[in-house]
Design a binder for this molecule. Structure first.
Ligand code: ADP
Length: 337
């Protein structure tokens, strides 16, 4: 079913609801109005009946009664006609507003479905790339009738690399699904420094490999959050700072308190992000051309969208200031206790 059909169907449902209510009211109004007219006539008839017949000739009384009955019939007809026009007007107005309302109701759902479809297409594309690479390598090797043990070993180790990529991707997809759901995280009180240091230590071997220097100013501030997901958040941000920094450069991690917020700043002196890329880096599967093509840095463009979801789950904020070739500074604000 396309969304145009859905708009039409919902419009019809809304119009039907409005019309049933309007017609039910019309019936009630009609009943009341004709009852009131009837009562008025009754009162007049009683009044005339109470006048002594000597004062009025009885057949004239009958004429008056007939005229009043005809008047009642005519008034009833008028009320019916007016109610009919009123319902017709309601029908036109409700058709117009219902279509508008149906569009307003279904628009967010349509956007969600479209984004889900894009996501599925992107995910399938990313999953297919390593699979295609493995398949091609295996096919090429199988065409060779004299496969040596060395060739086979090379193929297997190359396949292992592709499998590792698939694993990274499926883990990222699972995390993305996990942090979609508030119910799947557990809130507790802890020091923000605990999770930052845990993330930092996890990545120490990577930063050592690049000979990076860290200048940290991490203080203890209590927050109410999910330890595991906040560790994940800082792993993503510190990992990016490491990935996108040149050898032996400097990374700063600092924590400070600002009113009801705890501010965490992760600053690198790496490749930076172009102003044209900045609005999109939190989108799923978005990677800047610099990281994808020029620098050829591994990644799927899912880290920052997972990070954004974790920050949202904590009712926090995340922003970035970056200059191409100079470096990036990510600021995360989490509410304190
Ligand atoms: P990935 O790093 O796997 O590509 P992310 O979602 O973590 O995916 O980041 C999206 C994009 O944002 C990256 O491809 C990169 O272009 C840019 N980016 C993120 N962090 C940094 C950083 N610290 N320095 C430079 N570019 C960055």
């Amino acid at each position: 079913m396309t969304f145009t059909t859905a708009y039409r169907k919902l419009t019809i449902v809304y119009v039907l609801i409005v019309m049933v209510i309007s017609m039910a009211f019309s019936v009630v109004i009609y009943q009341f109005a004709s009852l009131e007219l009837d009562r008025g006539l009754d009162r007049q008839t009683v009044y005339f009946r109470n006048i002594p017949l000597t004062d009025l000739i009885s057949n004239q009384l009958q004429d008056i009664e007939n005229a009043r009955l005809a008047q009642l019939e005519e008034s009833n007809q008028h009320i019916k006609l007016e109610l009919f026009y009123f319902n017709l007007l309601i029908l036109f107005l409700s058709a117009f507003f219902s279509y508008f309302l149906a569009k307003k109701t279904l628009k967010p759902i349509e956007e969600m479905v479209n984004s889900q479809n894009h996501f599925t297409a992107d995910a399938s594309h990313e999953l297919r790339t390593p699979l295609t690479a493995m398949r091609t390598e295996i096919e090429v090797l199988l065409r060779n009738s004299k496969i040596s043990a060395k060739d086979a070993r090379e193929l297997l180790s190359s396949n292992l690399e592709e499998i590792a990529k698939l694993e990274t991707l499926s883990n990222a997809l699972l995390k993305l699904a996990k942090f979609q759901d508030q119910a799947r995280i557990e809130f507790q009180r802890f020091n923000i420094s605990d999770v930052i240091i845990e993330a930092y230590e996890k990545l120490a071997p990577l930063s050592e490999k690049k000979g990076l220097r860290f200048d940290n100013n991490i203080i203890n501030i209590l927050v109410n959050g999910d330890k595991q997901s906040l560790t994940e958040l800082f792993v993503i941000l510190i990992d990016n700072a490491i990935k996108y920094s040149p050898q032996k450069s400097l990374i700063n991690i600092s924590v400070n308190k600002d009113g009801k917020w705890v501010n965490i700043i992760i600053k690198d002196h790496g490749i930076g992000i172009a102003a044209s890329d900045l609005p999109y880096i939190f989108n799923r599967f978005y990677r800047s051309d610099t990281s994808r093509n020029k620098e050829k840095i591994d990644g799927y463009g899912l880290g920052l969208s997972i990070a954004k979801k974790i920050v949202d789950l904590h009712k926090g904020q995340m922003s970035v200031v970056s200059k191409l070739g100079k470096g990036s500074e990510f600021l995360i604000k989490i509410p304190t206790i």
